[in-house]
Design a protein around this ligand. Structure first.
Ligand code: SF4
Length: 394
């Protein structure tokens, strides 16, 4: 991955298909990063080594807000003369990749991102406030599907992005077709290409989005999911119940082995509790569900942990989204070359081959395993998390 400069007007992830950030990518071209990927590291508040801003970012009020937030944290912001970013090339590809991964760019969102895409089954529409993530989940489609070096882009034109959502209210397949979710209104997902709580301390973008939806007196709901626990800035916001935050969680053997650089499970569950106590509708995204040896006992422990975290919260509004593990030939290749000793099972012979929405091959659990997993999760969630409402299984 050698390069001299990066065009910051280009998107990082491919334009299509949209994929929830917790699911492995389907139909996405991937690249082998085995020589350049840094090792997974423990979670901490991300401090980028370099922050740059494009000239246009200065024309937006939110761009200036991000600048002040970043500078208040003692980080200098470099003003670029154009939309091209140079100076990332290191001695080796690995160093170059690491430099890109440690860089944050304040930019105006590309026009293609302003036209919203449907993102069933999670939400009616997907919108983006940033692209890129400092964490290293082994199954993350962002890892291997980059269309360029992984410089995290955060969007300065937040106010325009939020104002543009109005046109989509009352439209969307989930609003109109799913009886169980009618009370949510039109749903907007804001965590597809990034993790909000990995970045919000530097941007404040999701805090503003929560306040925007809180002040928006309409049948709408903001949704985002995270593997981080940095929720302090969200407690006490005027959310008016119009934001559902889901914590993306997994059983211990999975979360400790393949979710590098994210918050610990117990810290995510404590964050879930803080938000629920503050009156937020909350949820858990259990993804990817992996049939590890003894999975019933491991996922049972996870469900008990969730129950212990929020079971006693008065007026709890808790949902569960359940996404099973799948892989593509491309994602397997990247993962095996990147993490050759991974314990993640990716044996085509023990899977069922299917064609995804965009025609690409994917390997999912065979029908009998799917049925076993599905019935177990539905029964155990009903028993152990009686307040939990399952939104979908996939
Ligand atoms: S936390 Fe970051 S690396 Fe992990 S799945 Fe989400 S976007 Fe990908």
């Amino acid at each position: 991955m050698s390069f001299d400069s990066v065009d910051l007007t280009r998107t990082l992830a491919p334009e299509t298909p949209a994929a929830p950030h917790s699911a492995s990518g389907e139909a996405v071209a991937t690249h082998d990063l085995s020589d350049v990927a840094p090792p997974a590291r423990p979670a901490r508040r991300w401090t980028p080594k370099r922050v740059v801003a494009t000239p246009a970012a200065y024309d937006h009020a939110h761009g200036l807000r991000i600048l002040s937030l970043v500078e208040a944290q003692g980080i200098e912001v470099e003003r670029l003369r154009s939309n091209r970013l140079t100076g990332l090339r290191g001695e080796s590809d690995r160093e170059t990749y690491a430099r890109a991964k440690a860089t944050m760019a304040i930019v105006v969102s590309p026009p293609s991102r302003r036209k919203l895409q449907p993102i069933a089954p999670s939400a009616d529409w997907r919108f983006d406030l940033a692209e890129g993530c400092p964490a290293h989940c082994q199954y993350c489609y962002l890892a291997g599907s980059l269309s360029g070096p992984p410089v995290t882009r955060v969007y300065a034109d937040l106010d325009d992005i939020l104002a543009g959502l109005t046109d989509y209210v009352g439209r969307g397949t989930i609003t109109s077709r799913r009886e169980a979710r009618r009370d949510e209104g039109t749903t907007f997902e804001a965590s597809c290409y990034t993790d909000p709580l990995a970045l919000d301390h530097l941007t404040g973008s999701w805090r503003r989005a929560v306040e925007h939806f809180g002040a928006w007196d309409a049948p709408v709901q903001l949704r985002w999911t995270t593997k981080f626990d940095d929720v302090g800035g969200f407690v006490g916001l005027a959310h008016q119940g119009r934001t559902r935050v889901r914590l993306s969680v997994n059983c211990r053997p999975v979360t400790t082995r393949v979710e590098g650089g994210t918050s610990r499970l117990e810290d995510r569950l404590a964050a879930l509790r803080r938000l629920a106590l503050d009156g937020y509708p909350v949820g858990v995204t259990i993804a990817p569900i992996i049939a590890v040896p003894d999975w019933r006992s491991h996922y049972g422990e996870l469900l008990d942990g969730i129950a212990a975290a929020v079971g006693d919260v008065p007026g709890l509004d808790l949902t569960a989204e359940l996404i099973t593990h799948r892989f593509t030939p491309g994602s397997k290749e990247v993962l095996l070359s990147w993490y050759p000793r991974t314990k993640l099972e990716m044996d085509e012979d023990s899977r069922t081959r299917k064609h995804g929405k965009f025609g690409a091959v994917k390997y999912v659990y065979p029908p009998e395993t799917m049925t076993e997993l599905r019935s177990w999760f539905y029964e155990e969630i009903a028993a152990r998390l009686p307040a939990g409402r399952i939104l979908y299984w996939t």
